[in-house]
Design a protein around this ligand. Sequence first.
Ligand code: GLS
Length: 838
Amino acid sequence: VEASIPEPQREAWKKFQAKGFTNKEEFEREVVRHVETTLARSMFNCDETAAYAAASLALRDRLITQWNRTQQRQTFADGKRVYYLSLEFLMGRALDNAMLNIGAKDIAKDGLADLGFRIEDIISQEHDAALGNGGLGRLAACFLDSMASLNIPAWGYGLRYRYGIFKQEIVDGYQVEVPDYWLDFNPWEFPRHDIVVDIQFYGNVRKYQNEQGKNVITWDGGEVVQAVAYDVPIPGYDTVSTNNMRLWSSKAASGEFDFQKFNSGDYESSVADQQRAETISAVLYPNDNLDRGKELRLKQQYFWVAASLYDIVRRFKKSKRAWVEFSDQVAIQLNDTHPTLAIVELQRILIDLEGLEWDEAWSIVTKTFGYTNHTVLPEALEKWSVPLFQNLLPRHLQIIYDINLYFLQTVERKFPKERELLGRVSIIEESQPKMIRMAYLAIVGSHKVNGVAELHSDLIKTTIFKDFVRIFGPDNFTNVTNGITPRRWLHQANPRLSELIASKTGGLDFLKDLNILNELEKFVDDKEFKKEWAEIKYANKVRLAKHIKTTTGVTVNPSALFDIQVKRIHEYKRQQMNIFGVIHRYLTIKAMTPEERKKLAPRVSIFGGKAAPGYWMAKTIIHLINQVGSVVNNDKDVGDLLKVIFLEDYNVSKAEIIVPASDISEHISTAGTEASGTSNMKFVLNGGLIIGTCDGANIEITREIGENNIFLFGNLAEDVEDLRHAHTYGAHNLDPDLAKVFDAIKANTFGDAGSFGALVSAIEDHGDYYLVSDDFHSYIQTQALVDEAYKDQDEWVSKTILSVSRMGFFSSDRCINEYAETIWNVEPLVPEPQERNG
Ligand code: GLS
């Protein structure tokens, strides 16, 4: 049915088109209107929650008109679009970001004040949208911000989990997980009950010849579930371009509610069907860098990928173009291997439903997809068992076998004498049961594969994907170093620093071209500037100290050196090494005379991060940190010299308070394990220094800011293998300082030593896979250098200014431009000037 309004009536539409507010009075009127009508409240019962709701709705109204026009503009332009497929989008809060991006924060601030509210209180009412685990999900969120800000026609596609990453509570020093039900009130999403896709699972495949004698393959699913679209507007910064993030929610297919059962009194089982369907999009799997291979996870993946492709293909078909033009119109980026099934699904659509020949279809598919790898950790590389696949997605399994067959045939032709190569690169691993190697499938089905930092991209080419570089040639493999959005991670999180930078660089343009930060370099010796710079850091530390006080009850001194490690808890990230270092510091202080203690630089060691619920070692690390905290923080000999804090429930909105308050942050993964890291970029951009290993993006940060401005330590990636080998086959000598730390733990200094036995014996008895002992000496020494450097505040401040001035490279705008030019081949679609005003 044609849904357009006929030409003669369009004038009436234009006259009454929604406009949103353009000044304070209009904003206030809209807020009051929403309080009184949409929320059915009045000024006599408008609390902060209601004010948050009304302010968001007022802002949202304005956003929606921009969003609609952006979509219209993109449809008329009929150019290429990017589709970013990610199982995780760690968005955090939307209100503050939306206000800043559309330039309405001052209006909102004044308007809310007139109505009796402080804007900070209103902003903090919002529940984080926590649809992700860590760096991978937050990267996707930064990318959406950059794509909108750069006017790139792009859609994010994901799942609308009813429960995001769990909320972490610390009870008696242990992590306890609490469900994060975040959808009570979410003004940022728009249910599209008219956009519903049937998704099928299980069932049978049939092959037959139709009347024209053509081979036909059909797949009749045994279970059908519906995907309903929920849209979230993504406003660009200082542009009216507003992109779309479409999240799919599962529900039972209509008719699934079994009235037969219902009428015969079996109400419960008819409801159970309903619930089974809704389970698909119910929860985010809480693992970072770990693949668990659960059937429901595979169902999530197919559900999301099939719905998204249906949508993309439908949009393409509206343009009535020939299929060969598909990849001129569509670029699909796979955020890790989680959406790899999209490759198979598109091939299925083209050959089974659209009747294309295999080769023709496959050439379209491979031109369309790009694959980003985010890890080399073996436990994170996705594999699915063939029997599981056979049952759930029988047709897709056949197609995967065919893809593999044709692929291995080309390998055989190219390298005829290398039998073993075929087994190594086969998409099917010949194990018991057989497994599908999703990364290999992603490589074979994409025209570009990229890593996320230089070292990481080199490593994938020389280790896990080495054979594929020979097969496809080096040009198919590339690097795009990660980035972060300066809008959220500087302007929003650190408004005073942003303002100071703006005052010296001629306005806020640096938020669009981060290289402008270069201009700060001339202030490294400017007394007045340095004073302001240091004051801002101090104020941010006071803000964090208050948060620490209210959440943990511990008083910390804002003048102490704040040493922060916040990220997912993982053995490879080595929070255990950090806490062992803290224990070493504690023992050193205890052994000092009062005179010696006076010379020490006071420190606050701050930790935060979630452990996957099933990751026992990570949970033990959290427990040890809390136990050390309770001993150290109550030791009169130590006082302000050392405090140990574990911040509960680390998430995006907490990061916005924590990151600007750091003096030094720790990025100390075993070399070669952290693909990139992105919080390292956030900390430096906010005027903090880094202690870190030569790993991930630390290396490029060093190259940009200079090695005098970073505290690097530890073994190099190229030596890791030999060291591990030596641990296994040679003598493993425990570092003497670490031995003392272990002695203290074993003496029950931090409670029952038995609780921490596994942490100690992983190093003492089980090969020290993450090289904690090998790096410990260098770590402790480098921490001593940090202490020394911090005493010279003048020099320290200069280092931080210099570092910030050289961080331009790490904007996610640079990163997205690289993707757009080298992988997607897509152009920005810049709005007309009149649209900007209207
Ligand atoms: C990750 C890596 O572990 C991080 O180093 C990286 O910064 C991030 C984004 O590329 O991706 N991979 C992963 O599985 N989780 C991550 O955070």
